[in-house]
Design a protein around this ligand. Structure first.
Ligand code: NAP
Length: 446
């Protein structure tokens, strides 16, 4: 049985792993649009989170399994291989394409120069080859990060970090140089609900308190607007721990550090205000709990000055041509991972990861999710395997003019990144653009 897994991030790799572990005969091709594997582990996990980054080693083991093959640089959809044609090459296809875009706020001024999605900023410092924007911190003293999830914490932390801490990471040289020259002194991370409802995890939150030359500023009276802050006893443990960390900061004696991270709550963004054609401030409305877990506006407003705004309000799945899609959830309708077309199981098509369950959970959440899908697929195996399909899909792809980057090509990219790092007196440094990635993959020194 030959299975294509589309996407080589955690959900794709864990799906491949489950398939080969659960069945001794299945052969898996893991396809990716990029010439590099690992998805958000390479292009989303913050460069200073080395421990999480090292999960790449686990994913590598999967892609180096003798019944798994990595085929990079293969886009699925218009301009690449259409989903229907891919399906002809394999007995089954599992889509693990993640949630490729970001949610919007839908407020005036959102698109002003200086206002970016957190994803754009993350892609820049992660060297994603599609990232074209730069100059995020040029002329910026004060930044506002909208949202209080783990991505908001990541971008806040990277803005607050100094060059000494960033230099050992694999951050591309242009981003390192720009962040080294940054004069950002104030970062305001703002939640529309209360501290007990923030989405960040305690480990990530606590890390903000350990940044050199940076103090975390919270307002006790603002935290106290949340009834659960005053009496956290009924909160689930993760939220209670968050509240305890925040209380510790509220009780701490103010220092006078060169940089400040202000954690704000009960403020919902209503407009980004312009200053000379760029963003100059964010106008927020003070909110108050509605007693049902949500908030309502109070009619009181506050402006926070900011020359940089990072909107970190979650990812969103995008439709893939040829697959059904539920725009309300940004996911593909499914039954235990089996793609549903108008409520009926579509033979040989599966989903796993964020395109299956939405953009939530940590990397490990993808393991059981992928296993469920792999189990469904293998239960269906007898109905899927086509007797007359004997040709290696790679041969057919090549005949169609597609020239995948195979594992050796990826290893050549890794070697080029090690050489680049050595030439800059750093460790591994990522190649930031398509041309240099493809040159490295194809062994060219141009
Ligand atoms: P998230 O956890 O869903 O957080 C989104 C934040 O945006 C929430 O605070 C949400 O507030 C807020 N928000 C949404 N719409 C808003 C609006 N219109 N106005 C103001 N605020 C709004 O998303 P994420 O931070 O992008 O993270 C995605 C997933 O990746 C999460 O599961 C996260 O844990 C994971 N992740 C993990 C790590 C790590 O483990 N180190 C790092 C990065 C990401 P409400 O709650 O009020 O909706």
């Amino acid at each position: 049985m030959r299975v294509a897994v589309v996407g080589s991030g955690p959900s794709g790799c864990y799906t491949a792993q489950s398939l080969v572990q659960l069945n001794p005969e299945v052969l898996v091709d893991v396809l990716d649009r990029l010439p590099c594997p690992y998805g958000l582990v390479r292009y989303g996990v913050a460069p200073d989170h080395e421990k999480i980054k090292s999960l790449q080693n686990n994913l590598r083991t999967v892609l180096e399994h003798d019944r798994v093959r990595f085929l990079g640089g293969v886009g699925i959809g218009p301009g690449g291989v259409l989903a229907a044609r891919l399906r002809e090459l394999y007995d089954a296809v599992v889509y693990c394409v993640g949630a490729a875009t970001d949610r919007h706020l839908g407020i005036p001024g959102e698109d002003l120069p200086g206002s970016w999605s957190a994803t754009e900023f993350v892609s820049w410092y992660s060297a994603h080859p599609d990232a074209t924007a730069d100059g995020f911190t040029t002329g910026v003293r004060s930044a506002v990060v909208i949202g209080v999830g783990n991505v908001a914490v990541d971008v806040t932390r990277i803005l607050a970090r100094g060059v000494t801490e960033l230099s050992p990471t694999d951050m591309p040289q242009t981003a390192l140089t720009a962040l080294a020259a940054s004069r950002v002194t104030d970062i305001h991370m703002v939640g529309r609900r209360g501290p007990s409802q923030a989405r960040f995890t305690t480990k990530e939150l606590r890390e903000l308190g350990g940044l050199p030359d940076t103090e975390v500023d919270v307002q006790a009276e603002e935290l106290a607007l949340d009834p659960a802050y005053l009496d956290p006893s009924a909160l689930p443990a993760p939220q209670r721990r968050n509240v305890e960390v925040l209380r510790g900061w509220a009780d701490a004696v103010r220092q006078d550090a060169p940089r400040r991270i202000a954690l704000r709550f009960f403020l919902r963004p209503v407009e980004l205000l312009t200053d000379g054609g760029r963003v100059g401030a964010v106008r927020f409305e003070r909110t108050t709990p509605d007693g049902r877990g949500g908030v309502i506006g109070t009619g009181q407003f506050e402006e926070i000055q900011a020359q940089l705004v990072l909107r970190s309000v979650g990812y969103l799945g995008v439709p893939l041509e040829g697959l059904p899609f539920d725009p309300a959830t940004g996911t593909v309708p499914h039954l235990a991972g089996r793609v549903l077309r108008e409520g009926t199981v579509s033979p040989g098509e599966y989903v796993a990861g964020w395109i299956k369950r939405g953009p939530t959970g940590v990397i490990g959440t993808n393991r059981p999710c992928a296993k469920e899908t792999a189990t469904s697929l293998l239960e269906d195996a007898l109905t899927l395997v086509a007797e007359d399909r004997h040709e290696d899909p790679l041969t057919v792809l090549r005949a169609w003019g597609v020239d995948p980057v195979e594992w050796t090509g990826w290893q050549a990219i890794e070697q080029a990144e090690a050489r680049l790092g050595a030439s800059l007196g750093r460790r591994v440094v990522k190649l930031p653009d398509w041309q240099s990635l493809m040159n490295a993959a194809h062994g060219s020194t141009d």
